[in-house]
Design a protein around this ligand. Sequence first.
Ligand code: ASP
Length: 452
Amino acid sequence: MEQTKKVSLTMKVVFGMILGITIGLAINLSGLNVIGSFTNTYIVDGAFYVIGKMFVNALKMLVVPLVFFSLICGVCGIGNIKTLGRVGSKSFLLYMLTTAIAIAMAISLAATVGIGEGMALESTSQFSANVAPPLTDVFISIIPTNPVKAMANGDMLPLIFYSILAGISMLMVGRKASRLIEAAEVANEVMMKMVTIVMSVAPYAVFALIAKAIAELGLDLLSQLAGYVMVLFSALMLHLFITLMIVLKVFSGLSPSIFIKKIRDAQVFAFSTASSNATIPVTLRTVIERMGVNNSIASFTVPFGATINMDGTAIMQGVATVFIANIYGVDLGITGYLTVIVMSVLASIGTAGVPGVGLIMLSMVFAQVGLPIEGIGLILGVDRLMDMIRTAVNVSGDAVVSTIVAKSEGKLDMTTYANPNAGLINVDEGLHINEAFELELANTLKKTHDQS
Ligand code: ASP
């Protein structure tokens, strides 16, 4: 009998990513991607753009219903309301702590290396600052005046608030609401299946997203800003592989090497979309099915983390501040850097995990410490690539905290965590329709129709 070796979806996605980098680089280096050319019109801004955008849309399409139903199930499954408060405070503190460590380490590293010192760079692009919302507004907007509007806008904090309140109220209504809770459980399962369906086309979509991003990258800028890019990249990797893994080990005792292997899906999706928000479905699936975190914890910690936790973004802000302060010859001093740390942590609370939001936060930080906002124009050219990398770090932080909180609450399935194959998507087996059931359903529907 012929033995066909099955390749896991993760491997196919990684393959798509590598191919995307290769083809993207080839297009970039060959100079074919000029505006108006065939390659630019039909391939990069044509096929790659359309496929990538459709895929990101498909991911975003899942976020709101998935968070809504999984949170209702989460609240109803958590046991009691006190636990909910405890899970909330633990994850909030851990998110803030990891972000503060991230930026402090980034500033120290960049200052030690002395990046930007003695450099005279002209700001090539104009950067106009968008403003991040003030903290008071962030707190007020946690409570939506209209939940449907919050859902339509994909506003995560009000959506989380409303879903938790709905879940708690269902518990309070008790027996009468049990059918509603059951319905939410089924809806949650259906949403998870939709995640699997969307993920199954990821190898092609990830290829298109990455090929487009790399084809458009300013490689000359990359070499001009090599110092900034290298320090930033090192700080991000240091945080991902050392700091976060130490935090995981210290707070939960779990094996970091298993974690690193299993988090890959979420990282690749975050890298290709540059959006923690769009990656929520994949992060949620990864921590629940690959790591063994119970839905009652993950349904809260993952969307919460996608909004308030941005370790990678904080690292970028730390490195960029030192870099630009050095270029402009500004000495921020200890107080200045402490302000940067506090501002970055606070700014991360109110801003959603979407592409490029880090720059908005950076302008807020610069305004606070008196650095010229135009300075941001200097790093704009490489920000897209840096955004992709830091988003992968952001979602890894979300997953680390989710896993730690679950372990501390006794809501981590250790068998799943230890099983290397747990939650792997097998496209051939996982995505089929049960034909017998389909026929049975069709007959039932036909009968009902004939009778009426
Ligand atoms: N793109 C990042 C995220 O979604 C935010 C940023 O750093 O711009 O997490």
